[in-house]
Design a protein around this ligand. Structure first.
Ligand code: C2E
Ligand code: MG
Ligand code: MG
Ligand code: MG
Length: 291
């Protein structure tokens, strides 16, 4: 894009947008339509029990297959969606796809829980709890089968802290998980006052565990502290056997990472699950069958 002619009438061309800004602008204007056109989909990454290796959950991760740009990573458009005030519709879209998938499992008598990421901005939307509740109802999925992953920054925010949004979400029966734990400023003792059920050790620590004792020490400390506070612990970014064994030995509850599986499109997840030994019922006491 070029600036128009100057006051003098002499065209003076100032490039006002570089390539990257232009791309951002385009993606921003196209986001809504992309959802409608099915360009925005999700993949699912399995999360397994560290002891039994049963699949216990899947994390829903958004993907944008752009007709001109190809695959665009969420790290590029989530922040953009927040900035242009479109994170609400995007979150609803992802939640819808996740719960539809969960419903289809339920129809096959499989109670597998799904996790959905919630950006910080979402927690300040006044109708969030309502929208989550309506989505659960629409799909006929019990709250127990949904986990919302939050980031540290979003829950230490004063307005969120003082509001009842986390308590209200928790009251729907769903689980709250603290994503990317260890990268923010919150301490586990701060989290104790919040209705958090689980922490996910950030992959930056987990990725370093096989080569660095320091990273292993951090992981071990997070696991011990979290357990003392009654929280479950998930390690994300598990890429090798050594790390997996270290985490299991430290008592980490659940594992997620390329070693277990990459994020998979729906149909590939189906066959991945079928090839495994067990789906553990995520709802205690339900008659759902285990694979
Ligand atoms: P996250 O929630 O921490 O998700 C984990 C990220 O780590 C995913 O990247 C996943 O593909 C990647 N990952 C998983 N296992 C491994 C591993 O073993 N090694 C390495 N190197 N990476 C691994 P992805 O899908 O690119 O997502 C990046 C971030 O974008 C997510 O981090 C999350 O913060 C955000 N995000 C993704 N989907 C959504 C969404 O639907 N809504 C919101 N608000 N944020 C989302
Ligand atoms: Mg996450
Ligand atoms: Mg994470
Ligand atoms: Mg992350």
């Amino acid at each position: 894009l070029l600036a128009g002619a100057g006051k003098s009438g002499v065209a003076s061309y100032h490039p006002v947008l570089d390539q990257q800004s232009l791309r951002r602008l385009q993606l921003g204007t196209e986001l809504e339509q992309a959802m409608a056109d099915g360009e925005i989909s999700v993949v699912f990454q399995p999360i397994i029990d560290a002891r039994t290796s049963d699949i216990v959950s899947v994390e829903t991760l958004v993907r944008w297959a752009h007709p001109r740009y190809g695959a665009i990573a969420p790290d590029e458009f989530i922040h953009l969606a927040e900035q242009i005030g479109r994170i609400g519709p995007l979150t609803d879209h992802v939640l819808d796809l996740a719960l539809a998938r969960c419903r289809r499992w339920l129809d096959q008598d499989i109670a597998l829980s799904v996790a959905v990421n919630l950006s910080a901005r979402c927690l300040t939307e006044p109708d969030l709890v309502d929208r989550v509740q309506r989505a659960l109802r629409r799909h006929g999925v019990p709250g127990e089968l949904l986990t919302l992953e939050l980031t540290e920054g979003s829950v230490v925010d004063d307005s969120v802290r003082s509001s009842t949004v986390l308590a209200d979400l928790h009251a729907l029966g769903l689980r709250l998980s603290m994503d990317d734990f260890g990268t923010g400023y919150s301490s586990l003792s701060q989290l104790r006052q919040l209705p958090i059920d689980e922490v996910k050790i950030d992959k930056s620590f987990v990725l370093g565990m096989s080569t660095s004792q320091g990273e292993s020490f951090i992981a071990r400390s997070i696991i011990e502290l979290a357990h003392n506070l009654g929280l479950r612990v998930v390690a994300e970014g598990v890429e090798d056997e050594l790390t997996r064994n270290l985490l299991a030995e430290m008592g980490c509850d659940k594992l997620q990472g390329f070693l277990v599986s990459r994020p998979l499109p729906d149909e590939r997840l189906e066959s991945w699950i079928l090839a495994r030994t067990g789906v553990r019922s995520a709802v205690a006491g339900t008659p759902h069958r285990r694979l």
